[in-house]
Design a protein around this ligand. Structure first.
Ligand SMILES: Cc1cc2nc3c(=O)[nH]c(=O)nc-3n(C[C@H](O)[C@H](O)[C@H](O)COP(=O)(O)O)c2cc1C
Length: 265
């Protein structure tokens, strides 16, 4: 990634801080829209416990999420801090107060119907798609109830990148694949600023696919690098990407084995 120098760095940070959701003034006080647009990934929580009824409502939002043919191809492993520590030998990340490991699950439906004959890729995709919708529903329900959250794919030992480890630790049958962990808690301090989101005209088009504007993409990259540097003084966006990339190879092999039953397709 190109080095932007101190002036570019400051400009990029200013642009991040100016980023705001774009809402037509006539809709600005719609409660659901406000909840959706206010949500941020929060990575610092207070020690305040989440009441049982609030957590139950969050899980209920996941249970009632939409799914392909209403197959409900998901499972949720729910944790208190104590349960997490007992399962993984470490505290919940960010001092979270509850966690849900969200899994794509075609095993359960297969006990009563064969919905995906000889189609592991479709089966996996459908499971991931549906479980991700359930995850987002839980995330938004939490937000509506004043509970912040963050989705994680690499908590050390509890997400997409740790699928093989979790298969063993949680005794997952074939057809059950961990996708992400959602950590819940009450936010400590103010929400972080909105990270750089691409403008609508770069991601939405009418008719044929339109390539992104290289200048807009370069600007976004510069903001990502500056934002990361500002929040992780001893690291960088590039370094974080390298950590992520270093885990991908193992995760790819583990997932191929779990989804296709063999390491190579
Ligand atoms: C499937 C998924 C996995 C994620 N994994 C991580 C993670 O491992 N660590 C982390 O700090 N954030 C993780 N995030 C949070 C993203 O970094 C965050 O959504 C993104 O930076 C946008 O910020 P926002 O959620 O505040 O809009 C993940 C998000 C998603 C949807």
């Amino acid at each position: 990634m190109p080095n932007q120098g101190p002036v570019g760095f400051v400009r990029s940070l200013e642009r991040i801080l100016r980023g705001k959701p774009q809402v037509p003034p006539s809709l600005a006080d719609n409660e659901l829209l406000r909840t959706l647009l206010r949500r941020r990934s929060v990575r610092s929580f207070t020690a305040q416990a989440i009441p049982d009824d609030v957590f139950a409502a969050i899980l209920e939002a996941g249970r009632l999420a939409p799914s392909t043919v209403n197959l409900q191809t998901w499972s949720f492993a729910a944790f208190t801090p104590d349960l997490w520590a007992a399962a993984f030998g470490q505290p919940l990340p960010f001092r979270g107060q509850r966690a849900v490991i969200v899994m794509g699950d075609t095993h359960r439906a297969r006990q009563v119907i064969e919905a995906f004959p000889d189609s592991p890729l479709v089966e996996y995709t459908v499971a991931v798609m549906n479980a991700s919708l359930a995850a987002m529903a839980m995330n938004i329900a939490a937000e509506a109830l004043g509970v912040a959250s963050v989705m994680l794919s690499e908590t050390g030992r509890s997400g997409l990148l740790d699928a093989a480890y979790l298969k063993e630790a949680l005794a997952l049958p074939d057809g059950v694949v961990p996708i992400m962990t959602i950590i819940f808690g009450f936010a400590k301090g103010a929400y972080p600023p909105m990270p750089p989101k691409l403008p609508l005209d770069q991601i939405c088009f009418a008719g044929c696919y339109r390539e992104a504007d290289p200048a807009v993409m370069a600007d976004w990259q510069a903001q990502m690098a500056a934002g990361y540097k500002a929040s992780h003084l001893r690291s960088s966006f590039d370094a974080q990407l390298r950590v992520y990339q270093s885990k991908i190879g193992q995760a790819e092999a583990d997932l191929r084995a779990m989804v296709f039953g063999r390491p190579e397709v």
